[in-house]
Design a protein around this ligand. Structure first.
Ligand code: ZN
Length: 153
């Protein structure tokens, strides 16, 4: 059973709920090159990510999952933001996102819509919900880096 959402400012709440209700890039990739998944038992959130990495670029990305609106909207925004970026850029965005949530850093401009989740930093127990998909992503990026190092794709 997912936790109820904390009281966000209205503007951000709208962005978060929009992504939670109409998730972008939801589904699986038949031609994926990487797959990673994880869960947040505290809240019951689950996220699985498919990546199709071509060269050093994320050519396509999709997610499946269930759980609270924070975990699902974070994943939806992640896929929207990272589709078409390089692995290095994706790692930078992930680092900026974590800095915003864990260290309470001012949202970096490169985060785009993901800024809407900055209020989650105030709710320690929910930070895990927002970070779940990013931890899954980092595993996928590491897989992609190992594949690149081997000269694959
Ligand atoms: Zn959650």
């Amino acid at each position: 059973m997912a936790m109820p959402e904390p009281p966000f400012d209205d503007l951000y709440r709208e962005v978060i709920l929009d992504h939670a209700k109409k998730p972008r890039n939801r589904g699986r990739l038949a031609d994926r090159t990487q797959h990673a998944e994880g869960m947040n038992p505290v809240c019951g959130d689950e996220i699985a990510l498919d990546l199709r990495v071509a060269g050093d670029r994320i050519a396509d990305i999709a997610f499946e999952g269930q759980g609270c609106s924070i975990s699902q909207s974070s994943a939806s925004m992640l896929t929207e933001r990272l589709k078409g970026t390089t692995i290095d850029e994706a790692a930078r965005v992930a680092a900026s996102f974590k800095a915003m949530l864990i260290a309470g850093a001012t949202p970096a401009p490169e985060l785009g819509d993901l800024e809407a989740l900055h209020g989650v930093a105030k709710f320690a127990v929910r930070v895990k919900c927002a970070l779940l998909c990013w931890n899954v992503l980092q595993e996928g990026l590491e897989q992609a880096r190992r594949q690149l190092a081997r000269g694959g794709t």
